[in-house]
Design a protein. Sequence first.
Length: 96
Amino acid sequence: MDLTNTRIPGLFERWISIERASGRPMVDILADLNAVAGTNYKHNWPSVVAGRGYELERCPVTVRRYMMRKVLADELAAMNIELPKNKLDKLILFLT
């Protein structure tokens, strides 16, 4: 598969699309993220990240790991691969 000219959504875009597909309000989505990652993101945070070109270097590792838990689990499920939570968490630690 040639991906040279194909734009693949990044971690933030995949995470936000998964979260929005759940039908939950953005306030609740961010409240969950804030509770787990110890952050204080507000309703406008997604537009701030979009304005930065979806670059996540300013995001704490805990935020990226939180997003990766959802995105990686979704991607693996699409490939019919199921990992126990502890193995998924260990994989995420190795990847970040």
